[in-house]
Design a protein around this ligand. Structure first.
Ligand code: UD1
Ligand code: UDP
Length: 372
């Protein structure tokens, strides 16, 4: 059984690493790993931490790349790799342009597709952009759906995907945390700001937030930091040039906002585990934080991860300064509100998703052989 895993960006690398490890440990499987190279430095650290190297790197990254550039380069690059390797199944993850274009390429070559983290939806085609359409299109082409939760399974059933192709596995983000979080962790930034401060860990990078929404959120955070002398913000800034520029412009003269390079995933998870509050527009961080008992203010108007909102661990605040400022004050000033959010249960799985995914792939490929 030859199974090809395709990844391209940091979150795909982190959340597919447990699956790649599981595939590699199974002697009945030939595992081939392809990176499109949509991300470069930010993905390299993932390979280093999880200790694997891709078999192919399409090296498509360019500064400020457009969606058309990513999609067309992935299609062309994948064609060559698929022709050479002829895998029995390809596995893709989530909702990036790598995910959608690699799936399209597999479809053109009539290779079955397994979609890890299938069925997340906002049903708003521009929010998040382009991720909502990337995942819908990927699900239109997939043959196996690894839904992280019951809600994502329900979303797929509503779209009339066949029930016997959908499996609830939990989210592999929770599996990844088992590799990274440790009690003996040390980081220089942490030593600089602890033990007396409360750390807000911030990440913000989404295309639909770049520009004015990002600017107003940053300005609000700055005001709240000025009002709360015991608060320090640590912001590992995404390498996207538009994000870098805005972060420097707004926070340059605020010594209690630490703009640092993107962290490797061990540093990031451990810093998250030791922070007081997380503010983010990231998808993956919304899944990890509940496992670490950290309240999250989600800097988006909609989320495809409403399970965390229902569980009480995530709060959607969007980018309206009033809403963001008020939510920050409640969490910084009201211990009861803080504790309620911090103690909400993690709805995203038990850390054994990768095991289930690989076992389902094997059964599926076995049944194809039997039927032929
Ligand atoms: C991409 C995904 C998004 C995901 C995010 C995770 C798409 C369209 N977007 O967005 O869904 O949430 O990754 O982080 O698939 N860059 C570097 N080095 C790197 C990575 C990025 O320099 O290692 C810079 C490059 O200038 C690149 C830019 O960041 O052009 C944007 O990268 P891109 O992959 O296009 O979009 P992201 O915003 O990272
Ligand atoms: N992450 C990381 N270093 C950082 C910021 C985030 O390793 O400096 C991890 C984080 O723990 C999560 C993933 O990257 O697993 C989320 O990636 P990102 O926010 O870039 O993408 P999204 O999840 O929004 O698609």
């Amino acid at each position: 059984m030859k199974i090809m895993t395709v990844i391209g960006t940091r979150p795909e690398g982190i959340k597919m690493a447990p699956v790649i490890k599981q595939l590699a440990s199974d002697p009945t499987i030939e595992s081939v790993v392809v990176t499109t190279g949509q991300h470069r430095e930010m993905l390299q650290t993932v390979f280093d931490v999880f200790d694997f190297q891709p078999d192919y790197d399409l090296k498509i990254m360019a500064p400020n790349q457009t969606l058309t550039q990513i999609t067309s380069k992935v299609l062309l690059g994948m064609e060559a790799v698929l022709k050479k390797e002829s895998p029995d199944l390809i596995l893709v993850h989530g909702d990036t342009s790598t995910t959608m274009a690699a799936s399209l390429s597999a479809f053109y070559h009539q290779i079955p597709i397994g979609h890890v983290e299938a069925g997340l939806r906002t049903w708003d085609k521009y929010s998040p952009f382009p991720e909502e359409m990337n995942r819908q299109l990927t699900d239109d082409m997939a043959d196996l759906y690894f839904a992280p939760t019951k809600l994502s399974q329900d979303n797929l059933l509503k779209e009339h995907h066949s029930a016997d192709q959908i499996f609830i596995t939990g989210n592999t983000a929770i599996d990844a945390l088992k590799y990274t979080v440790s009690n003996n962790y040390h980081h220089d930034v942490l030593a600089e700001v602890l033990p007396d401060s409360r750390i807000i860990l911030l990440t913000m990078h989404r295309r639909e937030n770049q520009g004015a929404p990002m600017q107003r959120v940053f300005e609000t955070i700055k005001k709240e930091v000025e009002k709360h002398p015991d608060v320090e913000v640590v912001y590992p800034v995404h390498l996207s040039p538009r994000v870098q520029q805005m972060a420097k412009q707004v926070f340059a003269d605020e010594p209690r906002v630490h703009l640092i390079a993107p962290l490797d995933v061990v540093d990031f998870h451990n810093l998250a585990a030791r922070s007081y509050l997380i503010m983010t527009d990231s998808g993956g961080v919304q899944e990890e934080a509940p496992s670490l008992n950290k309240p999250v203010l989600v800097l988006r108007d909609e989320t495809e991860r409403p399970e965390g909102v229902t569980a009480g661990t995530l709060r959607l605040v969007g980018t309206d300064p009033k809403k963001v400022g008020q939510a920050m004050e409640e969490l910084l000033d009201d211990t009861a509100i803080y504790q309620k959010m911090a103690q909400a249960p993690n709805p995203y799985g038990d850390g054994r998703a990768a095991e289930r995914i690989v076992s389902i792939c094997k059964k599926y490929l076995g049944s194809l052989v039997t039927n032929n």
